[in-house]
Design a protein. Structure first.
Length: 195
């Protein structure tokens, strides 16, 4: 079993320095959290690498990346962020994946910019005039496009299983969490709590 880590919340910006630290603001549900620079750096690291990788984004990998980038990551910081609801950990093979997935939902960011001529069936996501942020495979694009229409990630897994008769919701969850990593790492969406 491999426990992976995900950020929760929508970054809404930096408050003026005159207001005082902590001044990075992340909204989770209806609550705004103010983060210090160190907390914000750790929260950003939980998004994972934008480049494709087969390795799951675990705390261990994240800690190694923080060391490589010379980012301060105090030992208890991730536990603190998780206790505050800004991070969650999940093992997609855990029997209670449905319980965890019922507590979160994906909110899409960016705009669909159409298929690519070089990779038919793959979809560009970004901002018109500013450029493409990511090119998504069909499954990731489907998640980006439809997850926000469902009340939770688990409801999306149930929807996905009805569309693809080869999957049940439990087996669909593993792929959904892989696709989530792509979307979150590229900023195509963010995870929020179910309200």
């Amino acid at each position: 079993m491999t426990t992976v880590i995900f950020p929760v919340g929508h970054y809404t910006g930096v408050l003026p320095v005159a207001i005082g630290a902590p001044n990075h603001v992340v909204r989770v549900g209806m609550k705004q959290h103010r983060l210090t620079d160190v907390e914000f750096g750790a929260w950003m690291l939980t998004h994972g690498p934008a480049e494709a990788t087969a390795e799951p984004w675990t705390r261990r990998r994240m800690t190694a990346e923080a060391t490589r980038l010379a980012i301060d990551l105090p030992p208890d910081l991730l536990d603190d962020l998780e206790a505050r609801g800004l991070v969650f950990s999940i093992d997609p093979a855990d029997p209670d994946v449905a319980g965890v997935a019922r507590g979160y939902r994906l909110e899409a960011l960016m705009i669909g910019l159409g298929d690519t001529a070089e990779q038919p069936g793959h979809h560009r996501i970004g901002v018109p005039e500013a450029g493409v942020v990511a090119v998504l495979d069909p499954d990731s694009y489907e998640l980006w496009q439809w997850a926000a229409t469902t009340p939770s990630l688990w409801a999306y897994c149930e929807l996905r299983s009805t569309v693809t008769s080869s999957d049940d919701p439990r087996s669909a969850a593993d792929r959904v969490f892989q696709d989530l990593r792509t979307l979150v790492a590229h900023g195509c969406g963010y995870l929020d709590v179910v309200r």
